[in-house]
Ligand binder design. Structure first.
Ligand code: NAD
Length: 439
């Protein structure tokens, strides 16, 4: 039996490793377009900033590790260009030309690619997107002498790149189509994030939808519906789309979000075909609807489940609650579940609160602030929360993720026995106070 995995990222390598673990005697092969596997694109802003010096650190394991230690035949610089799933064969483009590869079961873990409305934008000199480690290397080199850089999109990548470029001393402007930064947050939380970013010298222009990007006199010119912006270089961070071309060729179907439709076993609806990672849609446990939430932790678990089932197991991926965290300088920004905008859009009756609270006991030195927004349904079920602050955000978001995933009521959150000591929290923790005021 031979299992082939397309894509050597988080989902692909988790899938391949799980097959190997369950089936020591099967052949397991991975085909990866770039030179890296188990790579961590989440680390690219920190690599561009210079905080992470060695690009090799962005790969958890090397191809050689998988080949020698796990007996997984990893093929780098090998781009799969065609699939004939009925005939159980692939066409792969390598440095030496095209070759055909046969298989019995296929796991597609091709991830997501940056959304760019017009491919010509990428032909413009000094305009970049972030996907692979090689993009990080290109950007790091190309911007060395640049003074002014425009980022298109104030989402996750936009915020993280704004910090990286700010720390490199660049003058950064963000152009955001919406009337707020970070669309995953409710407006009042996004406003706090925006104020913080402005204090760090980032120029933010909201309601500026970029329509065209070109080179004029050696500069990058970005045209919006209202204005024109000039810069030495530009980073396009307008979101991502699932990379589904090969899955469609293999006979998979897409769901309503545009991601590959899979069941809870990561089975793509055709015998012997599985998909996992940023190319699929998954069940949102809060809304009960399919959602496209391309993030690394679920991708790893989906890969594990796809590999398990491809190897004959019955592992189940339950769904996601959209836990996420990022930072801009010292401001930690975390969220889980759905926000108030989305809940109201779904026709739900909600109650919410937004409180500011200290992070440590008032007498303990060095305390900082955090703000918690809770969104609660009429039934008192917690639908989600957003937390920003200068320390301790991860832990509170993590606690809230467990509560949301287990459909906890806000009244029960109030009684959760959170740990306490003066250096870590006031005796009434921010999360407990938020639960009390939303009751
Ligand atoms: P995003 O969806 O977070 O943000 C894209 C932003 O671009 C949005 O604010 C959108 O309104 C804006 N935009 C879209 N079209 C525009 C236009 N024409 N002009 C101006 N603005 C426009 O996407 P991203 O920042 O590209 O990140 C990609 C994915 O990577 C995200 O979906 C996220 O899941 C993931 N990611 C997560 C983390 C994390 O969890 N820490 C970090 C980085 C990336």
């Amino acid at each position: 039996m031979k299992v082939v995995v397309i894509g050597g990222g988080a989902a692909g390598m988790s899938a391949a490793s799980r097959v190997r673990r369950l089936r020591p005697d099967w052949e397991v092969e991975v085909y990866e377009e770039t030179g890296y596997v188990s790579h961590a694109p989440c680390g690219l802003p920190y690599f561009i900033e210079g905080l992470v010096k060695d690009k090799g650190l962005l790969s958890v394991y090397t191809p050689e590790y998988f080949i020698k230690k796990r007996k997984i035949m990893v093929n780098t610089y090998s781009k799969v260009i065609d699939v004939d799933h009925r005939g159980r064969k692939l066409k792969v483009l390598t440095k030496k030309g095209e070759k055909e590869v046969e298989y019995d079961k296929l796991i597609i873990a091709t991830g997501a690619k940056p959304f760019v409305p017009d491919p010509e934008w990428l032909e413009v000199d000094k305009v970049f997107t972030l996907r692979h480690i090689s993009d990080g290397e290109r950007i790091r080199e190309a911007i060395t002498k640049d003074q002014e850089i425009v980022i298109v999109g104030a989402g996750y990548v936009g915020i993280e790149m704004a910090e990286a470029l700010g720390r490199l001393g660049k003058k950064v402007t963000i152009l955001e189509a919406l009337p707020q930064v970070m669309p995953a947050l409710d407006p009042e939380v996004a406003n706090d994030v925006e104020d913080f970013m402005k204090k760090r010298g980032i120029r933010i222009r909201k309601g500026e939808k970029v329509k065209a990007v070109k080179n004029v006199d050696g500069k990058v010119v970005l045209e919006t519906e209202k204005n024109e912006y000039k810069a030495d270089s530009a980073i396009i961070a307008m979101g991502v789309r699932p990379d589904v071309d090969l899955a469609l060729k293999a006979g998979a179907k897409l769901g309503e979000t545009g991601g590959i439709k899979v069941n809870e076993h990561m089975w793509a609806g055709v015998e012997g075909l599985y998909a996992a990672g940023d190319n699929i849609e998954v069940l949102n446990l809060v809304t009960g609807k399919p959602s496209f939430i391309p993030l690394a932790p679920p991708a790893n678990k989906e890969g594990y489940v796809a590999g398990d089932n491809a190897a004959g197991g019955r592992a189940v991926f339950p769904g996601v609650v959209g836990s996420a965290i990022t930072k801009f300088y010292s401001l930690e920004i975390g969220m889980v579940g759905i926000n108030e905008k989305l809940a109201k859009g779904l026709g739900l009756k909600v109650k919410s609160s937004y409180i500011k609270h200290p992070t440590r006991a008032h007498y303990y030195p060095g305390g900082k602030w955090m703000k918690v927004k809770l969104v609660v349904e009429e039934s008192r079920r917690i639908l989600g929360g957003q937390i920003i602050g200068l320390e301790g955000v991860w832990g509170r978001v993590a606690a809230l993720a467990v509560a949301v995933q287990n459909r906890m009521k806000v009244d029960d959150l109030f009684y959760v026995d959170l740990p306490y000591a003066p250096p870590y929290s006031p005796v009434w923790d921010a999360l407990i106070v938020a639960a009390r005021v939303t009751k």
